[in-house]
Design a binder for this molecule. Structure first.
Ligand code: DAT
Ligand code: MG
Length: 154
């Protein structure tokens, strides 16, 4: 059970509208990742700006904020070995059109601005912890053991 970490994952408004919340959760569960927090919510303007602060100066920023606040999202925290990087691999590339079949974006998206899922950036150290803290209070996260943990980890 080394390298256990938590990562922030969100089914975006397009994924929610298209009924993909269960599909995303199933894939992460089956992989062996553990759900430790979940919140079905609507993101307001301020939270959207904080969450996407790194993109503030990009030309697509306004459209991104409009999109992420346009409907409910499923915000979640998932835990597991190397969780941040593994979730990113399961997501595919930022652009669904460049994402391999078998990845979430490669299976469920076609357009860069409608890419179904957010996951913390594994190349940005601390991004996972920052995003978790932005969306969840400590007491909203649950510590528990999956019954199959001894079969998931050597
Ligand atoms: P990722 O979501 O893969 O971490 P990112 O952090 O670079 O990608 O960008 C955040 C989101 O912004 C991304 O999911 C979709 C949108 N986006 C990124 N680049 C874009 C672009 N060139 N045009 C339009 N939207 C873009
Ligand atoms: Mg990112």
């Amino acid at each position: 059970m080394s390298d256990q970490e938590r990562t922030f994952v969100m089914v975006k408004p397009d994924g929610v509208q298209r009924g993909l919340v269960g599909e995303v959760i199933s894939r992460l569960e089956r992989r062996g990742l553990k759900l430790v927090g979940a919140k079905f919510m609507q993101i307001d303007e301020q939270l959207a700006h904080e969450h996407y602060a790194e993109h503030e100066d990009k030309p697509f920023f306004e459209g991104l904020v409009d999109f992420i606040t346009s409907g409910p999202v499923m915000a979640m925290v998932w835990e597991g070995q190397d969780a941040t990087r593994q979730v990113r691999k399961m997501m595919g590339e930022t652009d669904p059109a460049e994402s391999a079949p078998g990845t979430i974006r490669g299976d469920y998206g076609l357009d860069l601005g409608r890419n179904v899922i957010h996951g913390s950036d594994h190349e940005d150290p601390g991004a996972n912890e920052r995003e978790i803290a932005l969306f969840f209070d400590d007491e909203e996260l649950v510590e528990w053991e999956r019954i199959d943990e001894t079969w998931l980890y050597e």
